[in-house]
Unconditional design. Structure first.
Ligand code: G6P
Length: 612
């Protein structure tokens, strides 16, 4: 949420900032702005996307070998030009960009107002830069010292960069609960929310820790201190990320690219972890903790959004294959309800970005209470990945479309491997079933390819339903979370109201919504509750609902009764979500395109939700 990029070096900063902001746009796109320093500090900022800023700055002076840029997801203050970052201090000497929320901003604002400060925006961020300037002037401090002192008075979350008009050789950054990465190039340096805008310049990065302050000067390079001004020893990481992974690669949208990447990303997730020919599965990150997990009284999985849907599938997988009780929690609820947790418990946190504020806080809470915290994360080096006791990456590569697709199948693949490994080790998974799971999982990438071949049929269905106002998604067992995920995808990117429901629960409410205009998408690839699903479909048909069924190649009954059928390859039941979700991703994508929605950057959403 909110993207930050800053540059200091021998090149003109503007182009670097603009390219960086375009790469960070998935973090928020309510407004964009830059500050450039050459003699004067020029700030250009515009409501809307980065392109609006580019158009606005076209005839402006964009010189400066130092600068910073921001793309905003609005929290305090509506999205407009004035509330856009960067913000000036009262005198116009300092400027700031910020990701996060200053929770005590109104108290600080009142105190500063009493001292004569006047504010032009409604943001919490402007209060912070006034506070920094007030402290700097009152106590005659260096910029970094003033930042440190100001931050010690702040409650909330922040990743900030501050520039001083009188010092074109200095950038000061700091973080707490919002991510910040420092890039180290050849006599040039970057500060950014994540590595995506840095990678085209350098693969050497330092992840700033909470309550650390970074000073970057042309003369002394990078110096990192704690908020109490103790010198820190930074660790430089070399990233294995290439620029092609951040491009659309010929697809019209990142989301479509990411949907079609899934045969590859699922293979990548299993690489070195599953060998179908030799018949083994292992998960390096799990080995050290496997015995503790097997003997744990229960596992709690905490996550948000699509990752929460994978968590639900994880619950089914781990309970069935490893016979360990699992509870799934929304991270945002879990962290605030004083959960009963102890050293015996295992908490798994699932997060694509590894930065979601609520998931990170849930993990921190679990750690404080002594539980073992295991992370399932995509972004290497992210905050959650670094703070957990153990974990496994899903290795899907950067996911840029705001609606998650390949991360979902990566998470489910990983949870499946985890459940199999734990179940086998625990001795509750028979040798035959274990080897059947390995063989079937090995075939999943090819089967996902076949599922993707439904694309043309789905375009036809999308054209038929693009103007619907509502949709109901039904599934049972492993495919109940898939119903939730299908509905979420449709809501997120096409703004059609959709609900996911366990098929049998339909009778307790949603059935009242069904009439001849209601498309009901039934995920019907399960074998165990097949007859029950048939009955659920009949109940929908009896109320004139339009049934679109996702079936598998073995289906014999549903293809006769559904209005439309989408066929995916068959597999064993625990793996069906990896195939049944594919047509649902494609359906929401095509409907959104037909409705002229902004698929990769849907309104009001952001990819990396670093505020509560
Ligand atoms: C946002 C994104 C979703 C994502 C959720 C959790 O809402 O738009 O796509 O599922 O955050 O994100 P995480 O990075 O923790 O998986």
């Amino acid at each position: 949420m909110c993207g930050i990029i800053a540059y200091i070096g021998p090149k003109n900063a503007y182009q670097i900032l603009i390219e960086g902001l375009s790469r960070l746009e998935y973090r928020g796109y309510d407004s964009a702005g830059v500050a450039l320093l050459k003699g004067d500090m020029n700030i250009y900022k515009k409501k809307g996307k980065v392109q609006e800023l580019i158009d606005f700055a076209e005839d402006k002076n964009t010189d400066g070998l130092i600068g910073m840029g921001h793309t905003r997801w609005a929290t305090h203050g509506k999205p407009d030009d004035i509330n856009a970052h960067p913000h000036f201090s009262g005198s116009g000497k300092l400027a700031i960009i910020h990701n996060g929320i200053i929770e005590n901003y109104s108290t600080l604002k009142e105190a500063l107002t009493r001292l004569g400060h006047q504010f032009v925006s409604e943001t919490d961020t402007e209060v912070l830069i006034h506070l920094i300037e007030e402290i700097q002037e009152r106590e005659n401090l260096t910029l970094a010292d003033a930042v440190r002192q100001a931050l010690s008075k702040v409650i909330g979350a922040y990743a900030i960069v501050v520039m001083d008009k009188n010092n074109p050789d200095l950038l000061v950054g700091a973080r707490k609960s919002s991510p910040l990465v420092v890039g180290i190039g050849d006599h040039e340096y970057f500060i950014a929310s994540d590595a995506t805008p840095i990678i085209q310049h350098t693969n050497k990065v330092i992840y700033l820790e909470d309550e650390q302050v970074v000073e970057i000067s042309r003369e002394n390079g990078v110096e990192i201190t704690s908020i109490e001004n103790e010198l820190q020893t930074p660790v430089i990481h070399e990233l294995d990320l290439n620029i092609d992974q951040l491009e659309k690669g010929g697809f019209p949208h990142f989301m479509l690219k990411e949907i079609f990447q899934q045969p590859q990303t699922i293979s990548d997730c299993m690489r070195g972890r599953l060998n179908a020919t030799e018949g083994w599965a292992r998960l390096g990150g799990l080995e050290e903790h496997a015995n503790k997990i097997i003997n744990a009284p229960r596992i709690i999985i905490a996550a948000c959004g699509t990752s929460w849907h994978s968590a639900l599938i994880g619950e089914y997988l781990i309970e069935e294959l490893a016979r360990i009780p699992v509870e799934v929690e929304y991270a945002s609820e879990f962290r605030y309800r004083n959960p009963i947790l102890g050293p015996e418990d295992i908490v798994i946190v699932i997060s694509q970005s590894g930065e979601t504020a609520d998931t990170l806080a849930a993990a921190e809470l679990a750690k404080q209470k002594g539980a073992l915290v295991f992370g399932i994360v995509n972004v290497v080096g992210s905050s959650i990945a670094r703070m957990t006791d153990g974990g496994s990456y899903i290795h899907c590569g950067p996911e840029i479309g705001v609606a998650s697709t390949k991360a979902f199948t990566g998470q489910v693949t990983l949870l499946c491997l985890m459940a199999m490994v734990l179940g086998y080790k625990k001795g509750v998974l028979s040798n035959t079933y274990y080897h059947q799971l390995i063989a079937e999982l090995g075939q999943i990438p090819e089967k996902v390819k076949e599922a993707l071949a439904t694309d043309d049929l789905i375009k036809t269905l999308a054209a038929r339903f693009e103007n619907t106002n509502n949709a109901l998604y039904l599934g049972r067992g492993y495919n109940f979370p898939v119903a939730l995920e299908g509905a979420l995808k449709l809501k997120e990117i096409s703004y059609i109201h959709a609900e996911g429901y366990p098929a049998a629960e339909m009778k307790h409410g949603p059935i009242a919504l069904i009439d001849e205009n209601m498309p009901v998408i039934v995920i019907a690839t399960n074998q165990s509750a097949y007859e029950k699903i048939v009955s659920n479909i009949m109940e929908v048909k009896a109320r004139k609902g339009i049934v679109i069924a996702v079936i598998d190649t073995r289906d014999h009954e549903i293809r006769k009764i559904a209005d439309y059928c989408i066929e995916v390859p068959s597999t064993i039941e625990p793996l069906t979500p990896l195939l049944s979700v594919i047509p649902l991703q494609l359906l929401s994508y095509h409907i959104a395109v037909m409705r002229s929605c902004d698929v990769d950057q849907p309104r009001n959403l952001a990819k990396s939700v670093t505020v509560e």
